[in-house]
Design a binder for this molecule. Structure first.
Ligand SMILES: [Ca+2]
Ligand SMILES: [Ca+2]
Ligand SMILES: [Ca+2]
Length: 646
């Protein structure tokens, strides 16, 4: 299974090459070849072209046909890279071998440590070293690395585009080739499609440098708020990630390089509940000539301090989000994308009342090596992840002073990437509701770091991980699904409350080494049959130290959501709302169990009561519901298996 998956990544689409060999084309001007996954020698030739600094090749030994037709059977140009992968033999020292071969070890595949990624100083040398190592029996297998262009379009001409690995990861800085947003195949600069035209993204942040040469054309001052004043690094970098002008021979490109940007300088204000609510509803329902002409998407790369304190959004912000879902964007609901938080293991998305709202899309950060950034917070409320710093390269974007930065990062950079992808989704299908956008992201995200122990498969066959959400956003997959999407049925809610009134036995450990007392269980029966989207738990305790408690919800289909672990915040739980997306696609009917236990000595809490809110759509009566669930399961299966590295 692992090997199959690797081979699919490495060799997807290249099987025709082997066909050529088996057909026995004869002479070869140069003796270039590689070994395929079966150990067969496969001839290849240089075409003489150079693409992105790499020699173009074709597989086989046949000459291009006269007249220039049918040069080879692979539709997209393929180039030879300086990298190759070896599968080490047991007990062999690949680092020592690499030294002998004169190449560098640049990484290991994170889900199987017997695969090493090596790099030479030239593509042809990489090929020859790989062949030699295999022929001398020094390694079990070799995989020369080819790069197959996804389409024949030109890449944008922005001068710093090659640094933007989150848009096109060619292995810059030793990063994981192909670990990117998969967005660039959507861009059609000549046809002005796939660029976010007609969609406005609010940058709720520090003040954007609206006059920046790589932003100015996309800025809508008439939809902005508090735009005048001294620009801010963070806001300007976030704006560029969403919608810097692409293909203008200058600097960088945004994910949605023709989207409009509205600068909303919230972080330059005195941030009261009322001011935050004003920012989040700026032009949320503006109609012009019967058409929505306000802000479709609000990116929020900000939130409470990431120190493990539970902080709720104020009542006006909560009301603003709920109202925007119903009355915003001509009734379709505005899209709120939110940084999941940078508190690492001391914090949790579920202690942040903004990021854990069901109206917001919480985004985690993954590095250019394809693994969680250490600062990125876990949480059952995390929906997806995108790219941040923390690996060998940070994020390149616009900066103040009409400049650029190579050091943007955090979940602050991951969130605007998703906002940009949503802009492309809405361009492709402006009729998507706010829940439709979440459905599509859930189904099209792909499983990041598949060897990570946190992955669970829920009752609908969807895979979720508290560190990665449903996975890394894939723009091509999301836009394709958006284009053919039928909006989900209106949202329904099934709720119930349980009284508990029990003392929770005190634990005997501490924050980092919990030793749990006896757990207290409480159950709620749900009789409505909801096809689940978001689930909320409203939790009440008194006395004690709230951070002593671990809180776990188990659904009728057996999926566990860790809502809280031990953390440094003492306050008792007072109507705290937890949210989990881990039950997405499950059926609600049956027993929901909440387990609470105390792992930290001295303080003892009383669990008063809890409520359960299950949101989703009315489940289709059987047998259709079985078919529908089957489809969701299939989507999950496809997601796990769909990701070729280019
Ligand atoms: Ca540009
Ligand atoms: Ca946080
Ligand atoms: Ca305790």
């Amino acid at each position: 299974m692992k090997l199959n998956s690797l081979l699919r990544k490495l060799f997807g689409g290249l099987c025709l090459a082997m066909l050529f060999v088996s057909l026995g084309f004869a002479q070869q001007p140069t003796d270039l070849y590689h070994y395929d996954e079966f150990g067969n020698k496969v001839q290849l030739q240089l075409t003489g072209n150079v693409i992105d600094g790499r020699p173009e090749i074709f597989f086989g030994t046949h000459q291009p046909m006269k007249g220039g037709v049918a040069r080879n059977e692979i539709a997209s140009p393929t180039t030879l890279t300086s990298q190759f992968v070896v599968m080490a033999k047991a007990d062999s020292d690949v680092h020592a071998l690499a030294q002998q071969w004169g190449v560098s070890v640049v990484g290991q595949l994170n889900w199987d440590r017997s695969y090493y990624i090596l790099e030479s100083n030239s593509p042809v040398n990489a090929l020859q070293v790989a062949n030699g190592a295999f022929e001398r029996g020094e390694v079990a297998q070799v995989f020369s690395q080819f790069s197959q262009q996804k389409t024949t379009r030109q890449l944008p001409n922005d001068t710093q585009f090659s640094n933007q690995w989150h848009l096109r990861n060619t292995g810059q800085g030793g990063g994981m080739v192909g670990f990117d947003l998969n967005v660039e195949p959507l861009w059609n600069f000549n046809g002005n499609s796939g660029l976010g035209s007609g969609i406005t993204v609010g940058i709720v942040d520090g003040r954007v440098q609206a006059a920046h040469s790589d932003l100015a054309f996309n800025i809508r001052a008439d939809r902005s708020l508090w735009l005048a004043g001294t620009p801010d690094f963070h806001g300007t970098a976030v704006a560029g990630i969403v919608g810097a002008i692409g293909d203008n021979n200058l600097g960088v490109s945004g994910v949605a390089p023709r989207a409009s940007l509205a600068g909303i300088s919230l972080l330059n204000q005195t941030m009261t509940d009322a001011v935050e609510a004003q920012a989040l509803t700026n032009h949320f329902s503006t109609m012009v000539g019967g058409q929505f002409d306000g802000i479709h998407i609000y990116n929020n790369s900000w939130g409470p301090s990431d120190n493990g304190t539970r902080v709720r959004a104020g009542p006006l912000v909560r009301a603003a989000l709920a109202n925007a879902a119903v009355n915003g964007r001509d009734g379709l609901g505005n899209i709120y994308v939110w940084a999941g938080g940078n508190g690492g293991n001391v914090d949790n998305v579920n202690y942040d009342g903004y990021a854990n709202s069901r109206y917001t899309i919480a985004v985690g950060a993954t590095t250019n090596l394809g693994v969680r950034a250490s600062y990125s917070e876990r949480g059952a409320a995390l929906l997806v992840n995108a790219m941040g710093d923390g690996g060998t390269r940070a994020i390149t974007s616009t900066s103040t002073g009409n400049g650029y930065t190579n050091s943007m990062g955090g979940t602050s950079s991951a969130s605007p990437m998703v906002a940009g992808v949503v802009a492309l989704m809405l361009e492709a299908n402006p009729n998507l509701g706010w829940r439709d956008v979440q459905h599509i992201l859930v189904q099209t995200a792909w499983q990041t770091d598949p060897g990570h122990a946190g992955w669970i498969t829920n009752g609908a066959g969807l895979t979720h991980n508290d560190f990665y959400g449903f996975g890394t956003v894939d723009a091509v997959a999301a836009v394709n699904m958006a284009s053919n999407w039928t909006n989900v049925q209106p949202e329904m809610l099934s709720s119930a409350t349980a009284s508990v009134n029990q003392i929770i036995a005190d634990g005997s450990g501490n924050l980092n080494n919990p030793i749990f007392g006896a757990p207290v269980f409480s159950t709620i029966e749900i009789t409505d049959q909801v096809l689940v989207e978001h689930v909320e738990v409203i939790f009440n305790t008194s006395g004690g130290w709230g951070g002593d408690l671990e809180v776990v919800l188990t659904s009728p289909m057996g999926t566990q959501s860790m809502l809280a672990t031990l953390h440094g915040h003492g306050a008792a739980y007072n109507n705290w709302t937890f949210m989990t997306v881990k039950n997405w696609g499950e059926l609600s009917q049956g027993t929901w169990t909440l387990r609470v236990r105390d792992g930290w000595a001295t303080d003892q809490s009383t669990w008063l009561n809890w409520s359960l809110n299950v949101y989703g759509t009315a489940a289709i009566p059987e047998p259709s519901s079985i078919i529908f669930l089957g489809l969701i399961g299939l989507a999950g299966f496809m997601r796990r298996n769909r990701r070729p590295l280019s």
